[in-house]
Design a protein around this ligand. Structure first.
Ligand code: ADP
Length: 377
């Protein structure tokens, strides 16, 4: 009999689990707010409701063997009542709990002795000018919860910018030192029900205006840096007793140090290359972990791979057929179009991955440029 897996969230990350679900004989049942959400089209059944509605999750639980997450915007205290009634969440709620709030996540990583930028927490009314001066400008201010794709992340280079940032956002914040990184890196790691761990190759990620534009696999880093990042992944997954796939975003500083920026307790944009470039995609791996199956292989099946996000640059209902046809002519390329009905600036509409038989920096830069010049007007 096939496993019935509930997914809280129906965006592109759930949508991309579809092929793997068919392959493994897993039925996907999705809780998501809108009929137009990408994963609705591939779901066996849908509970139309916002992701933090635990009453809807209770209905979902009755239809499923296991429940997993597509995003971290969940209502943990409410879900814990369901866990007490033996609803099986993978990853477990205790594994998610230290990760959902950016400040608490930082504290957790620090308590494990893992490297993070200097940081502190502040509450709106508090006078923080002295603390920021102590930390040293520029700083980065982040809303503690519900930030994504740079929304809720503000780089402050003068104290004068502080008031308007805080006043326009009625949230609690994490303040941290701006890291003058030379590269941003990421790793996708997975841990099974039996505690086995696999990691994907470390990748370089490139952001513009705090939104990921490009991912290059593998990252051009030293063996020691690579080992350090893999060790971070193992320590984190084991400490959390995590079951599932998790993404770790990191900074590489100009003196070669690694600092963790953020943990995403789910499949992640930096792992999309794995669909074509690895025997087991991050999506299949996630299904394998949460369904209690054996883990799959994670090495690259090509010399290198480039993933470029197709980001919205206007408000429109266009399906961009012409650009997609042009992109499809690039050799060894695959386009994933998420089927969103509306384009908005910076919205992730799809992505393209190109596999390469060499690991040649110049060729990689050329392909990124080619894709972006086709995509952006
Ligand atoms: P989100 O959760 O919205 O993706 P992040 O915290 O990952 O937000 O920040 C988005 C981007 O902003 C990062 O990829 C990086 O480019 C930049 N950024 C975030 N924090 C820092 C920092 N402390 N120093 C320098 N750049 C940062």
């Amino acid at each position: 009999m096939s496993i019935k897996l509930g997914i809280i969230g129906g965006g592109q990350l759930a949508w991309m689990m579809s092929d793997a679900a068919k392959k493994l004989g897993v039925e996907l049942i999705i809780q998501t707010p809108s009929q137009n959400d990408p994963a609705v089209s591939i779901a066996k059944d849908v509970i139309l409701s916002v992701v933090n509605d635990h009453y809807a999750t209770e209905v979902l639980a009755k239809k499923c063997d296991v429940i997993t997450f597509e995003n971290e915007f969940v209502n943990l205290p409410a879900l814990s009542l369901l866990e007490k009634q033996n609803v099986c969440f993978r990853p477990s709620l205790s594994a998610l709990s230290p990760l959902l709030d950016k400040y608490e996540q930082r504290c957790y990583l620090q308590s494990l002795g893992l490297p993070v930028p200097n940081f502190f927490d502040f509450i709106e009314q508090e006078n923080i000018a002295d603390k920021i001066t102590q930390l040293g400008l520029p700083v980065v201010i982040k809303t503690r919860r519900h930030g994504y794709d740079g929304q809720g992340t503000f780089i402050i280079s003068e104290l004068a910018q502080l008031a308007s940032t805080i006043n326009h956002n009625q949230s609690r914040f994490l303040v941290e030192k701006f890291v003058p990184f030379t590269k941003e890196l990421a790793i996708i790691a997975a841990r099974s029900v039996t505690g086995e761990i696999v990691t994907y190759p470390v990748v370089e990620t490139r952001q513009k205006d705090q939104v990921c534009r490009t991912v290059i696999a593998p990252a051009d880093i030293s063996k020691t840096q690579n080992e350090e990042i893999v060790a971070i992944a193992h320590k984190l997954l084991n400490s959390l007793q995590f079951i599932g796939v998790l993404g770790i975003e990191l900074f590489l500083t100009n003196d070669g140090k690694i600092l963790i920026n953020e943990i995403a307790p789910r499949t992640h944009n930096s792992g999309h290359f794995s669909i074509e470039a690895c025997a087991t995609s991050q999506f299949e791996q996630h299904l394998r972990t949460v369904c209690g199956l054996e883990l799959g292989k994670t090495e690259l099946n090509c010399a290198s791979a480039v993933m470029v996000n197709l980001l919205g640059y206007e408000t429109s209902f266009d399906s961009y057929q012409k650009q997609r046809q042009e992109l499809a002519k690039i050799p060894q390329s695959t386009i994933h179009w998420y089927g969103k009905t509306e384009s908005r600036p910076s919205r992730k509409l799809g992505h393209i991955t190109v596999l390469l038989s060499e690991n040649n920096q110049q060729q990689i830069e050329g392909i990124i440029q080619q894709i972006e010049s086709i995509w952006y007007p």
